[in-house]
Ligand binder design. Structure first.
Ligand SMILES: Cc1cc2nc3c(=O)[nH]c(=O)nc-3n(C[C@H](O)[C@H](O)[C@H](O)COP(=O)(O)OP(=O)(O)OC[C@H]3O[C@@H](n4cnc5c(N)ncnc54)[C@H](O)[C@@H]3O)c2cc1C
Length: 420
């Protein structure tokens, strides 16, 4: 009997793993992907929508069309996983048994978790660009903003793509300058972190850019509530930040079915997994990819892509009864748009923090690391066609390894499991 591989979530990770497995097994395995809808959003494109640099319809494609033939794509809401009986329960009562389960259900936005964020002002003076609707609504607000206090607030960590809020600040600065109103706008980045980013060298480089662009930073600000009528953020330690236009990055958590699946997730709903093999702690026949896991690296598409090699390799070895040798080293890379047709690139891993150099080869590659360049910006733009035509179909990106470059400096003391 062919092996039953069930993949929960048909976003970045679910799609690329399904396509790789289908190529590997053909009809030797049945590969089923379950997602709640048929709308695949290229999420990095959300950054550009509020500035009129991308149209919402340009970053959306039908989910079912991203799968190789032979992958069984089903639309359904996952209600819970019964680990003891290797069965997924869908909200409509259907039961889906599996031999191997891949969890690729990502992270969900939880604006309702912050007192005062959702209300009559949500979508008027308070927005997010982390959803398609939010990014579209924000475009009008940004275009009409002439003067006052623009505040970009990361409510809590972890979030998807931790550099995206910084990119939003840089693009806002650029757009306001182009419109000739920058001097009339006070732009502030409010973060719960103690700096611009989670690792020291990148943080200091990004903080320098924020300073150069006259963007204020309010750090270690843990937002407790939002007073929408007074237009103020309040932190738990009773600091306040006033705003006229708020761009909030809501708290993130795992999807609610994780909490209904005993043993699967942590308190935030992320799935506990071995950070190198990506095997779930709850069961040997469950693997996790992408934002859904609790592994201590960024929640990013690049991470999801690099993890794909490990997940596919380890599923093959698990089904063959072999020891798992697929090893994910925490490799992540992020292009940071800085405005003015330039971007900065950071590349790091569990044991290596982002450092200057070149990419993909550390000494010779065409893209400068931790430095702004036009080529980095063009590479960021080129990523969208690569996403649909190379990454989702499950191909490797030529010259880019899923492993961090072996010549990298070891990270001095990477003992913490804190998300980046
Ligand atoms: C604004 C923004 C900018 C970003 N920019 C970048 C960038 O520049 N570079 C980068 O590398 N990454 C970026 N990212 C992050 C990147 O998009 C994600 O890390 C990546 O998509 C994660 O893939 P995933 O498969 O884990 O989750 P997703 O692609 O989000 O897929 C999860 C899927 O699970 C489904 N699902 C969830 N719960 C259920 C359920 N109960 N039942 C059925 N289906 C369910 C969802 O519908 C969804 O399709 C950005 C993200 C955002 C929001």
């Amino acid at each position: 009997m062919s092996q039953r591989i069930v993949i929960l979530g048909g976003g970045t990770g679910g799609t690329l793993v399904a396509n790789r497995l289908q190529r590997q097994y053909g009809d030797q395995a049945s590969i089923t992907v379950i997602d709640r809808d048929d709308v695949h959003v290229y999420q990095p494109g959300l950054l550009f929508v509020p500035f009129g640099l991308a149209e919402p319809q340009e970053i959306v494609r039908p989910r079912h069309a991203q799968f190789r033939s032979g992958v069984d794509f089903r639309i359904g809401e996952v209600d819970r996983v019964d680990i003891a009986h290797d069965t997924v329960h869908l909200a409509d009562g259907v039961e889906v048994p599996y031999d191997v389960l891949v969890i690729a259900t990502g992270a969900v936005l939880q604006p309702e978790e912050t007192d005062g964020l959702i209300g009559p002002e949500w979508g008027r003076s308070m927005h997010t660009f982390y959803s398609l609707q939010g990014a579209s609504d924000l475009r009008g607000a940004m275009a009409g903003f002439e003067a006052g206090r623009l505040v970009v607030n990361v409510i809590d960590m972890p979030i998807k793509c931790p550099v995206a809020p910084l990119e939003f600040c840089f693009l806002a600065d650029w757009q306001l300058r182009q419109r000739g109103v920058r001097d009339d706008v006070e732009l502030t980045f409010v973060t719960p972190l103690d700096g611009a980013f989670t690792t020291p060298v990148a943080s200091s480089r990004l903080a320098g850019l924020l300073r150069e662009k006259n963007i204020n930073v309010e750090s270690e600000f843990a937002t407790g509530r939002v007073d929408a009528s007074a237009r103020r953020l309040h932190s738990w330690d009773e600091r306040e930040v006033p705003f006229d236009l708020l761009v909030a990055i809501p708290a993130h958590g795992g999807p609610s079915y994780i909490a209904r699946s005993p043993g699967l997730g942590d308190a935030l709903g992320f799935v506990a997994a071995d950070r190198h093999t990506l095997q779930a702690r709850a069961a040997q026949n469950i693997f996790v990819i992408g934002d859904a896991s609790d592994v201590p690296t960024s929640k990013a598409g690049s991470v999801t892509h690099f993890e794909g090699d490990t997940v596919v390799e380890n599923i093959r070895q698990f089904l063959a009864g072999d020891e798992l040798t697929g090893f994910y080293d925490g490799h992540a890379n992020c292009f940071v748009e800085t405005g003015f047709h330039r971007a900065l690139l950071i590349d790091f891993a569990y044991e290596a923090e982002p450092l200057p150099g070149r990419f993909p080869e550390r000494h010779l590659g065409p893209l400068p690391l931790l430095a702004e360049s036009r080529l980095n910006h063009l590479a960021k733009l080129a990523f969208q066609p690569l996403y649909w035509h190379v990454l989702l179909p499950g191909h490797d990106i030529p010259g880019v390894s899923s492993q961090f470059h072996p010549a990298a400096e070891p990270r001095a003391q990477q003992t913490s499991g804190a998300p980046r």
